[in-house]
Design a protein around this ligand. Sequence first.
Ligand code: ADP
Ligand code: MG
Length: 330
Amino acid sequence: MTPPRPRRRRPAPRRRRIVVALGGNAIQRSHDHGTWTEAVRRMREAAAALATIATPDVELVVTHGNGPQVGALLREAELGAREVPAPPLHVLGAETEGQIGYLIAQELGSALERTGRVVVPVVSRTAVSARDPAFHHPTKPVGRFYPAAEAERLRRTLGWTLAEDRSRGGWRRLVPSPRPLRWLEGEAIAAMLDLGAGSRVVFVVAGGGGIPVVRRAARWEGVDAVIDKDLGAALVAAAIGAETLAIVTDVPAAAVGFGSSGARWLGATSPVELGRLLRHGEFPPGSMGPKVEAGLAFLRSGGRRFVITDFPSLAEGVAGRAGTRVGFPS
Ligand code: ADP
Ligand code: MG
């Protein structure tokens, strides 16, 4: 009688782990009013594109921006402050992770239902350094525009930093945008993915780059700052050992000479070339700059591939055939 063959534990199938970072336009376009109905419509389109890349060989993790949403909550808090105490900015950040996580769960959840995957949003915190120089130099505009006199009053009474935006004819509050150092929930999510959760679950994490927290007296404390969602996405991708970081925005690629008549889309490229163009000012801070920086940071931390593209090109982008991309076989 032949001895029973030792049962081999079948190794979990190797899947490509992809982090997709959704830009604000996945939820709200510039001419939208910010209604829930619009947000659902936008997200439904985004979800259809995301569903095309959620093939059985792919583990998908989603992160997203929150600029317009946090701006709306700030305004709401400001108007309601006489009756309801205004929450600090970090709490509003947590609220946006809830509302956008819910939106993605509804729409992407429905789009993925037949694949047996469940969308699980995770309220996420991101550690920053209390000594980050950004706390002395706020740079990130948030909320609405104020007339000059009102801006002056807010500076005096609340100690806000405000900057004038001449093109929009008003003053806007600036808040610090410190460098994200560690995504606190990252280890737990990475462990679940390593146990195979990615075949059944799409985690939605670190919305708005995560809620900024600092370590003080052996505790975590929320701080009034915002984290760049692209840099947050790079941190997420590194924390879970993703193969690919895909940054989805409203242009099909990064361009050289953007906005000029000689502009050209950048396709397959290299970190050296991107670094050079970044230093030459081709990718401005606050829009394309952080996306390129995030891609480069991800590669430095051991990531293999990244791509910047839009929803219509997403499937081609993660296949290495569209978008501004590094690390795909040519
Ligand atoms: P998101 O909400 O997706 O983060 P952003 O508005 O922050 O989007 O960044 C995308 C925008 O960056 C584009 O709509 C475009 O107007 C702008 N942009 C600036 N420089 C470039 C460039 N070199 N190539 C492509 N887009 C650029
Ligand atoms: Mg942006």
